[in-house]
Every structure is written in structure tokens, then in C-alpha cells.
Design a protein around this ligand. Structure first.
Ligand SMILES: NC(=O)c1ccc[n+]([C@@H]2O[C@H](COP(=O)([O-])OP(=O)(O)OC[C@H]3O[C@@H](n4cnc5c(N)ncnc54)[C@H](O)[C@@H]3O)[C@@H](O)[C@H]2O)c1
Length: 304
């Protein structure tokens, strides 16, 4: 056992499986007392079971750590509040929250139903809000602030068949940046992690992932971000990818190129001006898609 998080109280959502479980175990091994939240659902979000969270609590206790289970659905305000209330009732404070819980309902945009859109956005985006909302209300009043961590994905750049997931993951980045700005003066930091790790969820990705690691790699980054070492470096408002041996920081969104009109814009003036002066910023994922399509076409005619 290390002491990176000695004395801290940390809540982790989606902590029953995959990356969340690894984060909960690593945080406890580094001295944190942990609220283990998991609704215990299938990858699509059905068939809830409270045993999943409880089993991780048992694992932490067996290793000599301290933890408590909360089997609530974090897409509800009551669920987010219960996680924070449990930390306060059991351990008297909340130093960090890590919102890992997520589900997938894959469908092409033109076929996607409301039942495929709403629960995905509710679990990821609202499920990060409910916990950040409840935790930040306590953290802003604590002398030493706190740490908020959201989980996003490289897919926030866009996705062919997961527009719901991609939109929610993009929203999480904006929520994290808003939390970083809004809570800065209270000593609360907020960051996002975009992991690539072997879990039941990544087993669902239709293409081969060239850079991938284990949930334990992601857990190590999260423990660092929760620690005083990261807080001393004033790390906030950042998005980090961790994929096995690689850690990368994402750029902040900013205007790339601008042009100014003399007088009022008209569609005609814009048509003459925009392509040559302001132009576009090509999508890397679109280029990747085109490469994949070309490779598939080449495979389909091996003798050409
Ligand atoms: N695994 C990857 O490579 C990868 C890549 C990009 C992003 N992510 C993100 O990382 C996070 C963890 O993914 P994972 O691969 O460990 O998935 P996972 O399916 O193994 O675990 C997700 C957990 O969240 C729980 N959960 C779902 N809905 C919930 C709810 N409403 N309330 C509480 N708990 C709920 C599930 O029961 C499950 O235990 C997700 O946010 C995912 O989108 C993962």
C-alpha cells in the first residue's frame, strides 16, 4: 500500500467493473477511503444489480482498505446526492469524485431512437453533472477544496455509429472546463480522462485499437490527478488520454484563423472570402475513415 491519497475520501462511479473498479482499488491501496458506486447494469444499461458495487467493497476490505457501496443510478439527482451524502455520513468529508460510469447504445444517427439517445446522454453527461453538482457544493466550503474528474473518450471528436456517446463525451469536456473555471477560486480542480483500456466496453469497438492498455494504467493517472502532487502543479481544465504506455494532453479549443469584413457580410461576400482566407480545419477522423475505406476497397480486389 502506498500513501499517495492518505487521509482522502474519494467517490468513484461505475466502480463495479472495468476502469472504475481499477480506480477504486488503486485509490484504496493508496490510502483513500472510497465510496464505490455502481448500478450494476449491462453494457446497454439494463438489469441493475447491487451486488457489483458490494463485491468491490469486499475486495477493498480484504486488502485492508476502507470502502462503502452505493448502488444508485447516477443519472438521477438523488443518486448523485446519495454518493456525496454517504461519503459525508461515513467519513465526514469528500476530497475527490471520479465519474467513470457509462453505457453504450450503438446505432447510426439516421436510425437512432429516443430510447437509444436519452439513457446514454443521461448516464454519461447528466451522471457527471449530478455527482459534480453535489460534490462541488461541499468542496467549495472545505478549506482545502477538492478534485473533480470526468471520463471522456477520443470519440468526443466524432463517431460513425455512436453519435449519442460522442455528444455526451464532448459535453463532459465542456462541463469539466466549466467546473475548472467556476470552482477555481474555491481551490477545486477539474480534469477529464480519455482512456483506452481492455474492458467489456472496449471489446465492443468495431475496429482494431492500435494503442490500448489495462484499467490499472488509467487508475494510476486518476490517482495522480486526485493527489496533492497534481494539485500543487495546479493541473485543472485538462483532458488527458492514457493508452497503455502513452499519456497525451489534448489542446484547448481556440479559434484557428480569422478574417474581417469591411462593411456587412452577405452570402456572396462570404462565398468569395471564406474558402481562401478562413478556410477549414480538416477532421483527422474523416481522413482516417477515408484511409480505412481505401484499404477495404484494395482488399476487396486483391489482384488489381
Ligand atoms: N474502455 C475503454 O477503452 C474506454 C474508452 C473510452 C472511454 N471509456 C469510458 O471509460 C468509462 C469506463 O468504461 P469501462 O470500459 O470501464 O466500462 P464498463 O462497462 O466495464 O464499466 C462501466 C460501469 O458503469 C456502470 N454504470 C452504468 N450505468 C450506470 C449508472 N447509471 N449509475 C451507476 N453506474 C453505472 C456499469 O454497471 C459498469 O460497471 C466509461 O465512461 C467509458 O465511456 C472507456
Amino acid at each position: 500500500m502506498g500513501n499517495f491519497l492518505a487521509g482522502k475520501v474519494v467517490a468513484v462511479t461505475g466502480a463495479g467493473r472495468g476502469i472504475g473498479r481499477a480506480v477504486a482499488l488503486a485509490a484504496a491501496a493508496e490510502g483513500a477511503r472510497v465510496v464505490v458506486n455502481d448500478y450494476g447494469v449491462s453494457i446497454e444499461g439494463g438489469e441493475p444489480s447491487s451486488e457489483i458495487a458490494q463485491s468491490v467493497v469486499k475486495e477493498i476490505e480484504a486488502a485492508g482498505g476502507e470502502a462503502v457501496a452505493v448502488a444508485d443510478d447516477i443519472s438521477t439527482m438523488a443518486g448523485g446526492q446519495r454518493i456525496v451524502d454517504t461519503a459525508l455520513a461515513r467519513y465526514g468529508r469528500i476530497d475527490g469524485v471520479v465519474c467513470v460510469a457509462g453505457i453504450l447504445r450503438e446505432r447510426m444517427l439516421f436510425n437512432m431512437s429516443e430510447e437509444e439517445w436519452d439513457p446514454v446522454v443521461a448516464t454519461h453527461l447528466k451522471g457527471t453533472f449530478t455527482v459534480f453538482r453535489a460534490a462541488s457544493a461541499v468542496m467549495r466550503k472545505q478549506e482545502d477544496g477538492g478534485t473533480l474528474i470526468g471520463f471522456t473518450s477520443g470519440n468526443h471528436q466524432g463517431s460513425v455509429a455512436q453519435a449519442n456517446y460522442s455528444a455526451a463525451k464532448g459535453g463532459i469536456i465542456s462541463l469539466v472546463r466549466s467546473a475548472a473555471l467556476g470552482l477555481h477560486k474555491y481551490g477545486v480542480t477539474a480534469n477529464a480522462v480519455a482512456p483506452v483500456a481492455r474492458t467489456r466496453m472496449s471489446a465492443n469497438v468495431p475496429m482494431e485499437l492500435k494503442e490500448i492498455g489495462e484499467p490499472e494504467d488509467v487508475a494510476a493517472l486518476v490517482v495522480y490527478l486526485l493527489s496533492e502532487r497534481a494539485r500543487k502543479e495546479k493541473i485543472t481544465g485538462q483532458v488527458y488520454t492514457i493508452a497503455g504506455p502513452k499519456i497525451a494532453v489534448w489542446a484547448q479549443p481556440r479559434e484557428l484563423r480569422a478574417g474581417y469584413a469591411e462593411g456587412a457580410w452577405t452570402p456572396e461576400r462570404i462565398a468569395d472570402f471564406l474558402p481562401g482566407t478562413v478556410g477549414t480545419d480538416p477532421m483527422p477522423m474523416l481522413a482516417q475513415l477515408e484511409e480505412m475505406a481505401a484499404a477495404a476497397a484494395a482488399r476487396a480486389r486483391p489482384n488489381a
